[in-house]
Design a protein around this ligand. Structure first.
Ligand SMILES: [Zn+2]
Length: 485
């Protein structure tokens, strides 16, 4: 008995030592980089040009008949006026209506090119919220140190910022070693058909890219809990999107003599069962890379846990499952969004129908979702129909040239930022380009605090004037560094 006790004590001591050693070794990566001296820019003129482009209401509607082509024509004309070198020296094609595909040939044809994505369209302002804007949504007002308007962060700052950088580099006589491509879709907010068309064109030419950069991540300040420095979130994968319709058919009848099972009852039970059976949480892939990067910045007790996922994994999963945002990064989510049945209070309906929206993790698919639903609801009489808007992306390699050089650019422009790979839970145009590169990365060089997230597709979208200048500096350096051999 005594011996057994001693063995147990020794094992416990060993575990403690391993846990502590791992925690102590889990420290911030060496900051081996040189911050770049700020490139002098005419900040006021930059702001004016972005402001002018925010005035065009390039809205995308799901109801196609509501789409107005004129703002897109005006936007193109404005870009041509503002960036004459880009539009005269580079090869510019209009694709699928208003998509813009721009090609800057490199010196060395053998090197794989780089592709930058951005989109021209914006989401409409939610009806009834117009009056809540401090500055009107399509005013492009420059006020209080900010440039205001729909598209200021999503994502004209990126599109116009890329062109600012290209125009300046062309003016300086810069010639990239690798070819640079810019693909600016015109309907990202409604699925990205023009991006899909440009991707098909590039694929038909047999092109693959060293890396692709799109929106999706950003510089978060005070958003990642317990981490003081800014965290540059770089999306290395994107979730998929599938909706499943559940239908129950029962005999219609009078409500005075109801049968044991009703259509509404069956679908309700199915939804309840489904919600009670979440998808398993996963700490692999993007979440693991994320925790490895931000974990060392946290206080010791957290570091102890994060450095020892083999032991504390379940505890961390419980913590992350607690908030909707972090929960969405560790599992395929289940969101019942439509529930329909019944017309009259004294008639049992023949049909009940519900739609559940799933955002799938890399590794899951429409098939695994359907299998999960079938098993969870355990009712073979309910019909299931899936409609898929996109399977989850593959996970990009963080040892790729695309990621390591992007990390360098971020740290040169934002010297205090920790660069952390993560999972993009929303959908971007990059989903159409997955086959064209093993390194598809999602990062918008803009700073966001906790109060700014609601501006995305929300009210009072704006960008800080100085921040926008840094955004242009980011693209200047990106074009330079990424196009090198
Ligand atoms: Zn966007």
């Amino acid at each position: 008995m005594k011996r057994l006790f001693r063995t147990a004590l020794a094992a416990l001591a060993l575990i403690l030592v391993v846990v502590l050693v791992r925690a102590i070794q889990f420290k911030p990566a060496l900051k081996a980089f040189t911050p770049l001296a700020k490139v002098p820019l005419e900040v006021e003129a930059l702001a004016q040009r972005l402001s002018a482009n925010l005035k065009f209401p390039t809205r995308s509607y799901f109801e196609k008949e509501k789409n107005d082509p004129q703002p897109f024509r005006d936007f193109h004309a404005s870009l041509r006026r503002q960036f004459p070198l880009v539009f005269s020296r580079l090869k510019v094609q209009t694709v699928g209506g208003f998509g813009l595909l721009i090609e800057w040939p490199g010196r060395e044809a053998a090197l794989k090119p780089i592709l930058l994505l951005a989109h021209q369209d914006v989401v409409p302002v939610a009806p009834g919220t117009e009056k809540d804007w401090t500055q009107p949504a399509f005013s492009g007002a420059i006020e209080g140190g900010f440039i205001w308007g729909r598209g200021a962060i999503d994502d004209k700052s990126s599109l116009v910022g890329i062109l600012e950088a290209a125009e300046k580099k062309l003016g300086e006589g810069f010639q990239p070693a690798r070819s640079l491509f810019f693909a600016f879709g015109s309907d990202e907010e409604t699925g990205g058909e023009s991006a899909a068309e440009m991707a098909v064109m590039l694929k038909a030419r047999g092109l693959t890219f060293e890396t692709i950069l799109d929106e999706g991540g950003f510089i978060s300040e005070g958003i990642v809990p317990e981490v003081t420095p800014p965290v540059a979130l770089v999306g290395i994968a994107e979730k998929g999107y599938v909706s499943v319709t559940l239908v129950a058919n029962e005999r219609p009848g009078h409500s005075s003599t109801p049968p044991k099972k009703t259509a509404i009852g069956r679908v309700s039970r199915a939804i309840t069962r489904l919600e009670a059976r979440p998808f398993p949480a996963r700490l692999d892939g993007p979440m693991r890379s994320f925790l490895e990067k931000v974990g060392p910045e946290m206080r010791f007790s957290r570091r102890l846990a994060l450095a020892n996922l083999w032991l504390f994994g379940p505890l961390i999963v419980r913590g992350l499952s607690g908030s909707p945002a972090s929960n969405a990064s560790i599992r395929t989510t289940i969101a019942p969004t439509i529930f329909q049945s019944g017309e009259k209070e004294n008639v049992l309906p023949a049909v009940a129908r519900a739609v559940v929206n799933f955002r799938t993790m890399p590794g899951d698919s429409t098939e695994t979702v359907l299998a999960h639903v079938r098993e969870a609801i355990d009712d073979s009489a309910i019909e299931l129909m899936a409609s898929t808007h996109g399977e989850p992306s593959t996970v990009s390699d963080i040892s790729s040239l695309g990621f390591t050089r992007l990390e360098q650019v971020i740290r040169e422009i934002y010297p205090t930022a920790v660069v952390a790979p993560n999972l993009t839970v929303a959908s971007t145009d990059s989903k159409h380009y997955g086959e064209l590169s093993h390194s598809v990365l999602r990062f918008l060089p803009v700073r966001f605090g906790p109060m700014d997230l609601a501006r995305f597709h929300g009210t009072n979208e704006r960008i800080n004037v100085q921040d926008y200048a840094d955004c242009v500096r980011f693209y200047l350096r990106y074009l330079e560094l990424l196009s090198m051999p």
